[in-house]
Design a protein around this ligand. Structure first.
Ligand SMILES: NC(=O)c1ccc[n+]([C@@H]2O[C@H](COP(=O)([O-])OP(=O)(O)OC[C@H]3O[C@@H](n4cnc5c(N)ncnc54)[C@H](OP(=O)(O)O)[C@@H]3O)[C@@H](O)[C@H]2O)c1
Length: 269
């Protein structure tokens, strides 16, 4: 029996790259998987590739109306979500001085507002033991030239996830952030970088000492164990700070969970 046998898993942005590989892994672990995407071509390709593996649904991850509709539909069909991987994201790179407002707005729309709306919309269907994973980037804590807007959107997402993790812990819902290093996926072709810059970026490796939790990754499949590690209901491996945790940290979270379970946010301030 797989780790996710009988579970309902939703992967936003699951038509290519990390999301697609993770959807396959979740399905191999026994989950019923729903993936989303926006682009008609990649949706069609994913539908062919994921026949019998996952349902592929068109939904713009940055459009609140479409996101709410998506989760209402999933709720109607399955009544619950056990694993929610908020993975859909865009990476448009530009030097800071040349970054236009339109790039900023689009990046925040898809990478930050989308997951915010999605997590809220999914809440009614997330029960005790559910796992939410948001996909951020090593760039949240490491300076990457040309990626200031992208990294900022993901840093905000990581912070949002951290806050949600503490608040939702009382309901037995785990929220984690993963922050992969460079992984070769179609995203590089959409960054706006030159082929030489893409090659240099893809070779970039985080120093091991300070980035042990991030580990250098190079193919979409290698990141999947991290998503899977977050997913089983009995997992305590990853807790809100997106790092591997120690028993002491797990104890701290349990105490915080008890604290939040017993007091309303307002009363507690
Ligand atoms: N690859 C890396 O080095 C790396 C490193 C760290 C973090 N990440 C993060 O990992 C996530 C997945 O990236 P990836 O590398 O696997 O890239 P990818 O192959 O380009 O995959 C992105 C996925 O998100 C979907 N997507 C993008 N915008 C969307 C929108 N508005 N609505 C719905 N779906 C949308 C894409 O679908 P469409 O084709 O339909 O647009 C695709 O399924 C992103 O959040 C990215 O920031 C990637």
């Amino acid at each position: 029996m797989g780790k996710l046998s009988g579970k309902i898993a939703v992967v936003t942005g699951g038509t290519t790259g990390i999301g697609l590989a993770t959807a396959r892994l979740f399905a191999a672990e026994g989950a019923k998987v729903v993936v989303t995407g926006r682009n008609a071509q990649t949706l069609a390709a994913a539908r062919e590739e994921l026949v019998g593996v996952a349902d592929v649904v068109q939904s713009d991850a940055g459009d609140p109306t479409e996101v709410r509709k998506l989760f209402e539909e999933i709720g109607r069909q399955y009544a619950r979500i056990d694993v929610l991987f908020l993975n859909a994201g865009i990476a448009r790179f530009a030097p800071f001085a040349d970054s236009q407002e339109a790039l900023f707005d689009e990046t925040i729309r898809v990478n930050l507002k989308g997951p915010f709306v999605a997590l809220q919309a999914a809440l009614p269907f997330l029960n005790k033991g559910a796992s939410v994973i948001v996909n951020t980037t090593v760039g949240t804590e490491r300076a990457l030239a040309g990626a200031s807007v992208y990294s900022a959107s993901k840093a905000a997402l990581a912070t949002l996830a951290r806050g949600a993790a503490v608040e939702l812990a009382g309901r037995g819902i785990r929220v984690n952030a993963v922050r992969p290093g460079p992984i070769t996926t179609p995203i590089f072709g959409k960054t706006g970088l030159s082929p030489e810059a893409i090659e240099a970026f893809a070779k970039w490796r985080a120093p091991r000492s300070s980035w042990r939790a991030t580990i250098p990754l190079s193919s979409p499949g290698t990141s999947c164990p991290w998503m899977a590690a977050c997913s089983p209901p009995d997992s305590t491996r990853l807790l809100p700070a997106a790092r591997a945790t120690s028993p002491r940290r797990a104890g701290r979270l349990r105490r915080r969970r008890a604290h939040f379970a017993g007091a309303s946010w307002r009363r507690d301030r």
